[in-house]
Design a protein around this ligand. Structure first.
Ligand code: BGO
Length: 270
């Protein structure tokens, strides 16, 4: 059986370096359908039944840039068996923003924390077991440049794809969860269970591409709109910003529990 693993990450996270290291010369280059964004696929070294698809480098799964739309159309439309999410360990806080969205898709995710050679050289510490527990997925430390941990990360993605399990993840505030529960029940209950959450969050955000795709009936839309407005009033913010801010709040708490920066310039008196 062929397994399809998508490689996702921010620009400059080391995605190309990792892709090349995992596939070697076994690559096919083309374009994503209908757009002039380059699409690279390759067979995983020593695993000819595993196809790795390199997604465009993105910061978010919002619908605003061509790269984001290409990446999310693939993830939602083609549903790969697993996502290997490469994050830059020297820029963990910024990179985890995409991670919080990928883990909502209902596709097994493995996180490869890259640039670990630099993180270690800087003396910074990442608590991998805590990060893994919080995010509900395997987290593997790698240095794509040095080829360290890369096959372990790929193997973890294969294992995740085979187990096909997605674990519970972060929850939003009560008022948002209340609206999401209503949206799930009213608009997306006919979808496979693991896909409902992502669609509910996107409907809450009034994501134009998702609303266009789902073509919800006007009375259903106005019913949902009441829940969204109630949350907006309570939080005194627009729906999309509420979600963004709660993600940042969650990531800040993750950083607090999982990341220790080496204190610079401390002098001791003893
Ligand atoms: C340049 N460790 C270190 N130290 N660097 C890494 C690692 C790692 O584990 N992985 C990747 N890099 P891309 P995207 C460069 O190109 O794969 C480096 O955008 C340079 N180039 O070598 O391109 C990698 O595909 C001149 O660095 O990322 C690359 O995600 C001086 O991170 C950069 C210094 O990797 C981005 C670096 C002319």
């Amino acid at each position: 059986m062929e397994l399809r693993i998508a490689l996702a990450g921010n620009p400059n996270s080391g995605k190309t370096t990792l892709f090349n290291s995992l596939t070697g010369s076994n690559q096919f280059v083309g374009n994503w359908p209908g757009v002039t964004v380059e699409k690279k696929e390759g067979k995983l070294k020593k695993h000819s039944g595993v196809i790795l698809t390199d997604l465009p480098g993105i910061y978010s799964l919002s619908p605003y840039t061509l790269e984001e739309v290409v990446a999310r159309n693939y993830l939602i439309g083609e549903r790969p068996d697993a996502v290997l999410n490469i994050v830059d360990g020297t820029n963990l806080e910024r990179n985890l923003y995409l991670t919080t969205q990928l883990t909502e898709l209902g596709i097994p995710v493995v996180i490869a924390v890259n640039m670990m050679d630099v993180v270690r050289r800087n003396g910074d510490k990442i608590n991998f077991s805590e990060l893994s527990r919080e995010l509900g997925c395997r987290v593997v430390e790698i240095s794509a440049l040095k080829g360290e941990g890369v096959m372990e990360a790929a193997q973890a993605a294969i294992d995740a794809a085979k187990s096909a399990k997605t674990l519970p993840r972060h929850t939003f505030s009560g008022v948002v969860e209340h609206a999401l529960a209503h949206i799930e029940e009213a608009a997306v209950h006919h979808m496979p269970a693991e896909q409902q959450r992502w669609y509910a969050v996107k409907i809450f955000e009034r994501d134009e591409k998702v609303l266009e795709q789902l073509q919800l009936k006007p009375d259903l839309l106005s019913h949902i709109e009441q829940d969204i407005r109630a949350a907006e009033e309570e939080c005194d913010d627009d729906a999309e910003s509420i979600i963004t801010n709660e993600r940042y709040g969650y990531i800040a708490s993750l950083m607090e529990s999982c990341y220790r920066k080496k204190k610079a310039g401390m002098l001791t008196t003893s």
